[in-house]
Design a binder for this molecule. Structure first.
Ligand SMILES: C[S@@+](CC[C@H](N)C(=O)[O-])C[C@H]1O[C@@H](n2cnc3c(N)ncnc32)[C@H](O)[C@@H]1O
Length: 293
């Protein structure tokens, strides 16, 4: 028997971890009972293909041809980080996917919302001379590329990426997708938890901070990222941004309580709806928060 279910997904990827953890244990139970279980969501063609299951009617038009031709998935690298995270990089037909502990974190299939994070922040913020920008999470560099494209030549863009392997993968595998943005003279990559970069920034605050480190405040890929979104974390972000500076945060979906928390900690907040593919595809959210002076 085959059971499929629709779940919230991250950018061209598969279900958000918190939701899936529940499903993982029930999947095991179903397997034991001889029931084949697959997760399905609009961009989860990979899971279906990987399990050799074809559901053309369930797969959205743009993905159908690719799924049906069953291009082989290539495992490019896999490793366990010193703190125990299992990282895997796959490629299928020119589409790269990063997986952390079994969950798709980023895919090059859909990146409209990652670009929108940067373009919305640039539009919102009136930049002065020599602006300093912090981007939390390199991923596949779509936010970085979009930021560089809207920033002046004298800008500095610090990118904090917690997994050195992701930086290496960018350089070795998919940097060409975003014009080798790490080589731009304005880019400074730091291989560390963005929380550490934020803590240090009180000495020299940023004009603009863009955070896209996981699935947003409600759906965390890395448990420790929850500290970024709590009251103390927001207060640290507040101190890491200049007065009237902008904080932009990617989220899988709108989150009114989180927007209210930002608002109560000294930010003027607006939630924007963004799409996974230029004007189409999954809807995600970007919180645009301006630090009140
Ligand atoms: C969803 S991806 C970012 C996608 C990116 N905006 C893009 O355009 O491709 C999230 C990235 O944040 C990184 N990350 C997760 N937690 C982090 C943290 N606490 N500090 C820095 N990077 C983090 C992940 O390794 C991953 O590279």
């Amino acid at each position: 028997m085959l059971l499929c279910t629709g779940l919230l997904v991250r950018r061209g990827a598969c279900p958000a971890p918190r939701t899936t953890q529940r499903h993982t244990s029930s999947a095991v139970a179903r397997q034991k009972a001889g029931v084949q279980f697959c997760t399905f969501a609009p961009y989860c063609g990979y899971s279906l293909v990987a399990s050799g299951i074809r559901h053309p009617k369930l797969i959205p038009e743009p993905q159908r041809n690719e799924v049906l031709t069953l291009k082989p998935q290539r495992l490019l690298d896999k490793l366990i980080t010193p703190d125990g995270y299992k990282l895997v990089l796959y490629e299928r037909g020119g589409v790269w996917s990063i997986r952390v502990n079994g969950y798709d974190l980023m895919s090059s299939r859909g990146f409209g919302s990652e670009e929108a994070l940067a373009t919305l922040a640039c539009d919102r913020h009136r930049l002065g001379a020599q602006p300093r920008i912090l981007i939390g999470g390199l991923g596949m560099g779509f936010t970085l590329r979009a930021a560089l494209d809207c920033l002046p030549p004298d800008a500095t863009v610090v990118v904090a990426e917690v997994f050195p392997a992701v930086v290496r993968w960018y350089q070795e595998h998919y940097g060409h997708l975003t014009g080798q943005a790490l080589d731009d003279p304005r880019t400074e990559i730091v291989e560390e938890d963005v929380a550490a970069t934020i803590r240090r920034a009180t000495a020299q605050p940023f004009d603009l901070i863009m955070l896209d480190v996981d699935n947003g405040p409600e759906a965390l890929t890395l448990d420790r990222n929850q500290d970024l979104y709590g009251r103390a974390g927001i207060d640290r972000l507040h101190s890491a941004i200049v007065p009237r500076g902008t904080l932009a945060i990617w989220s899988a979906s709108p989150d009114p309580p989180f927007a209210a928390l930002l608002s109560s900690r000294g930010f003027a907040v607006q939630t924007e709806s963004v799409r996974a593919h230029a004007g189409k595809g999954m809807r995600h959210a970007v919180f645009l928060a301006t630090r009140r002076a």
